[in-house]
Design a protein around this ligand. Sequence first.
Ligand code: HMG
Ligand code: MG
Length: 304
Amino acid sequence: MKLPTRVQIVDVGPRDGLQNEKQPVPAEIKIGLVQRLQEAGLKEIEVTSFVSPKWVPQMADNAEVMRGIRRLPGVRYSALAPNMKGLEAALAAPREQWPDEIVVFGAASEAFSQKNINCSIAESIERFAPVAEAARARGIAVRGAMSCTVGCPYEGDIAPEKVGYLAKLMKDIGVQRVDVADTIGVGTPLKVQRAIEATLAHYGIDGISGHFHDTYGQAIANTLAALELGVWNFQSSVAGLGGCPYAKGATGNVATEDVVYMLHGMGIDTGIDLDKLIDAGVYISDALGRKTGSRVATAVLNKR
Ligand code: HMG
Ligand code: MG
């Protein structure tokens, strides 16, 4: 088994983590979270999303958050933009406030595509195509999230062929890298490997990241399964924050602290300072008035 020696993590806590919060989270807290994540050594942070505030009111402060973050050189700041309206909103700010990367998000399941973005998979690709083109023309990178690559809350098991189909469509419209997402955290290691292998037919290993929610407690095992295939890009949420408003009952992403602990324990470099990362998790958990969802942070905090 040849594992990667280095892993790059996108912390998606400020976006995936906070998009599902019942209580409003002030922009200044989100900005504070981004600050702490970058101080902990994160080189990629998913900051917000430019989606309809009627659908996801938690992200309505997108422009304010993009304006408020204090950027560090060498850090990539991304934001979701599912259509031209979203991209235009992101670009309405001065250039230095633009995202470095925008994320279009489609699904391997038709039913989830309808629930999440109100259109079919084919229609979603038609909407993403001009977004990808316009972003790239401005030097903004384009990532594609692929939801429900192993299971869907409406359709159940998802065949790897459907993942391959979506990956091909993403590739055709110029999406540079894709996330193999287990949106509802039902995947198990071999199923996740099949979804990644289907994606590998269209993207090289450097263009694939793992995005695993931890609803059934499988996300760390699924991360290891992806590593075994050579995947070295992952998305996770500090303190295990999150969930998707259109995937009822699905919990947050795997906690970044737990992924980092595992990787460091395996001698894999992340560039992240685990103690500072735990502090970032304490900051946001305190702001939300609840305990961290990270097992590693809980263990470390019990000893502090
Ligand atoms: P729609 O209603 O089909 O779009 O929504 P529309 O073009 O018909 O527009 C309807 C209204 O929304 C109009 O306003 C538009 O102006 C407005 P009105 O005339 O009614 O006042 N609108 C927008 N406003 C702001 N920003 C925009 C925008 N677009 C339209 N970009 C749409 C389609 C995609 C916009 C909608 O369904 C939506 O916003 N959905 C939100 C989906 C979402 O954010 N889901 C969570 C993120 S995905 C996720 O968590 C999964 C991921 O983590 C990976 C994984 O785990 O699987 C990435
Ligand atoms: Mg997600």
